[in-house]
Design a protein around this ligand. Structure first.
Ligand code: OOG
Ligand code: NI
Length: 317
């Protein structure tokens, strides 16, 4: 009455590969990002095609933006990563931008898991009007508070719903980061290609920027195309954000800045310069971030705003 042949077959089957929660979470966050950042998809395919075949692009880091208020700030995204073994690293301060950031290193520095960079807006330093607008939306998340920020990043849900276009305009006038974060929620702000981990890539970050410029991708030119740390060990460049259709609660729509893509090149540290190239691992390279570089990279979303384009949603579908 039971079928031994079926249970035999099952017993001899290898179990399907089960991705870890962490891998799947990152995969879903990136999935939402690819959907709304087609230029990033094109650029990654291009870099892969121009480097040794079959070697996938490795991400140096993924970056998120948050709002500092109990439950909604850096920790609301960080907690899931630290629960899975990520280690909290230094804090970076941007007083002129009312921002601070922290970064988190993956459980194993030589793995292919990206670093995580999370910034937060010091909401209390904004004008009473901007603070009032921000808190009005944060209160709309009810008992969820910011506890499901990682869920929102993975699904594309903006936890406080649609903004009123007048609120958007008021925020944009005062603080572009606030306007970006309220319209995009916890969506991945950018991912960063580790240029030094592209197999067989010759010409470093310069060559990446040249290839992109030749193909018409607009790059963030704040402080020059390449932003270099004081120690010379970390070089970064970024595209200007793509625009995504955003609906407002009053029925109007706009094409507003969404995500961008960044490129990082980490140099071998002086104490490891004697290593043969094939022996150099990620742990032998300049780690961390740089305030001076980041300060310029933050502008990638602002640079996408020249004339806000407002048109009916029907024209894009
Ligand atoms: C983050 C900008 C800083 C870096 O790698 O230093 C940054 C942002 O735009 O939210 O990505
Ligand atoms: Ni970055």
């Amino acid at each position: 009455h039971n079928s031994p042949s079926i249970s035999d077959a099952v017993a001899h089957q290898k179990p399907p590969e089960v991705p870890s929660m962490l891998q799947e979470l990152i995969h879903r966050m990136l999935g939402k990002y690819w959907d709304r950042t087609p230029a990033a998809v094109t650029i990654c395919s291009l870099l892969q095609a121009l480097s040794d075949e079959g070697s996938p692009v490795i991400f140096d880091h993924m970056a998120f933006r948050t709002l500092q208020a109990p439950g909604y700030g850096i920790d609301s995204i960080a907690s899931v990563f630290t629960d899975f073994g990520y280690k909290e690293q230094d804090q970076l301060d941007f007083p002129n931008k009312h921002l601070r950031a922290r970064w988190f290193s993956p459980p194993n520095p030589n793995s292919k898991l990206p670093r995580i960079f999370i910034s937060e807006l010091k909401v209390d330093e904004l004008s009473p009007r901007a603070r009032g607008i921000i808190h009005k939306y944060l209160e709309r998340t009810g008992n969820a508070k910011g506890r499901y920020s990682a869920f929102c990043a993975a699904t594309g849900v903006v936890p406080w719903g649609l903004l009123d276009s007048d609120d958007y305009d008021a925020l944009l006038e005062e603080d572009e980061y606030a306007a970006w974060t309220l319209t995009n929620g916890y969506a991945l702000n950018h991912t960063t290609v580790a240029v030094h981990r592209l197999q067989g890539w010759k010409g470093g970050l310069h060559k990446v920027n040249d290839e992109l410029t030749n193909r018409g991708f607009p790059l963030n030119l704040q402080g020059g195309v390449i932003k270099t740390s004081a120690d010379g060990g970390l070089k970064q460049s970024a595209t200007v954000s793509e625009r995504v259709p955003i609906a407002f609660s009053d029925g109007s729509n706009a094409l507003l800045p969404g995500a961008y893509i960044e490129f990082a090149e980490r140099m071998v540290l002086p104490e490891f310069e004697h290593l043969k190239p094939e022996d150099v691992r990620e742990e032998h390279r300049r780690d961390g971030f740089e305030v001076g570089n980041a300060d310029k990279i933050f502008e990638s979303t602002k640079l996408a705003i020249k004339e806000p384009i407002r048109q009916p949603m029907a024209e894009w579908t």
